[in-house]
Design a protein around this ligand. Structure first.
Ligand SMILES: NC(=O)c1ccc[n+]([C@@H]2O[C@H](COP(=O)([O-])OP(=O)(O)OC[C@H]3O[C@@H](n4cnc5c(N)ncnc54)[C@H](O)[C@@H]3O)[C@@H](O)[C@H]2O)c1
Length: 320
């Protein structure tokens, strides 16, 4: 069984590689290292069942794709390549649009040729600054189509439209996971997201910066839990055409997250309030009824446990 994972050198992609290798799959990981790091693949590359291809998946896949298909047909395509944090997608705005538009079109064509299941990594950002709370898959979203985040939000919405249209028109087995904030080891410490920011600041004994008054909420899913949900969604029969939220429904204010991080890192909590970034959603929480029903899945890692493991990772990354 062969799986092709785009964005393999990234935070989630590398954990997916490890998990599928553990489950006995052969894995081809594709990445152009735009925001990822080959060091995330150290464990995967120790396996003889893993191969790495350095390529931009927004460009035609012929050169490496045909070679791959010639040797063995992949059964699973997991399209995770895309800058994912505001810092990265604002810097790589046109590339983000390209990887979710052209990249998704190439992923669909590749999956179609190989009669493979395709799972597309979409995002809770598809819901934008949601007017419905918690967000169910049936909610259409509230997105600024021309704002700073639109290169991400709208390209993910296009990717969703492309995959679900391909299911209808081409009969492919395409699935869309709407992933909510995920955290854990291998996050880029400089990607500007709240958990790495807090962990890195706390480990350096610095104040934790909270935007606004810290009352905005987020749900944080530990990466191992998320990867388990993705594997269930990608490998269960009969879920073609489905769009499913994957995330942790436990809602924390950003202020509470700062308090827990400071306590675990044993630093004093000093909060500096800064203005909220543009289009920053105020509340975000998944309704995971569908994932519970169809996948028998829900996250199990507590925020404390997940944060401890993330802090351990940042501590050891800083000293290596
Ligand atoms: N981390 C989260 O909380 C979260 C939430 C919702 C959705 N997602 C989605 O999950 C996926 C992975 O996110 P992540 O947090 O691991 O981000 P990441 O930046 O760590 O990983 C993305 C990977 O994609 C690669 N990549 C980007 N453009 C590429 C291209 N054109 N060709 C080949 N490789 C390319 C990058 O180099 C990187 O290794 C993304 O699609 C993201 O939108 C993540």
């Amino acid at each position: 069984m062969l799986a092709c994972i785009t964005g393999a050198a990234g935070f989630i992609g590398s954990h997916l590689c490890d998990r599928l290798l553990q489950d006995g799959w052969e894995v081809v990981g594709v990445d152009n290292l735009a925001t990822g790091d080959r060091r995330n693949l150290r464990d995967a590359e120790a396996s003889a069942r893993f191969r790495f291809v350095e390529a931009d998946v927004a460009q035609p896949w012929d050169a490496w794709g045909e070679q791959l298909e010639g040797a063995q047909r992949p059964q699973l395509v997991l399209h995770f390549a895309s800058p994912a944090s505001p810092v990265h997608y604002e810097r790589l705005a046109l590339e983000t649009l390209a990887v979710n538009a052209a990249g998704t079109m190439h992923a669909v064509a590749f999956a179609t040729r190989n009669a493979a299941t395709l799972l597309y990594a979409s995002t809770s950002e598809s819901y934008g600054d949601a007017l419905e709370h918690p967000q169910r898959e049936t909610y259409w979203g509230h997105v600024n189509p021309v704002g700073m985040r639109s290169c991400y939000d709208e390209s993910k919405r296009y990717g969703e439209a492309y995959v679900t249209t391909a299911v209808r028109k081409l009969g492919i087995d395409g699935r869309v996971a709407r992933i909510f904030n995920t955290y854990g080891p291998r996050m880029d410490p400089a990607d500007g997201r709240v958990i790495p920011n807090f962990c890195v600041a706390a480990l350096r004994g610095r104040a934790l910066t909270v935007y606004g008054d810290g009352s905005q909420t987020r749900s944080f899913c530990f990466v191992d839990d998320l990867v388990d949900g993705i594997v269930r969604f990608a490998t269960r029969a009969g879920l073609g055409g489905r769009v499913i939220n994957l995330g942790n429904p436990d809602e924390y204010t950003v202020r509470r997250l700062a308090e827990v991080t400071a306590r675990l890192a044993r630093v004093d909590l000093r909060i500096e309030a800064r203005p909220l970034p543009a289009d920053d959603p105020v509340r975000r929480r998944p309704d995971i009824s569908l994932a519970r029903e169809l996948l028998g899945w829900e996250p199990w890692t507590t925020l404390e446990t997940g944060l401890e493991r993330t802090l351990d990772y940042f501590r050891s990354a800083a000293s290596s």
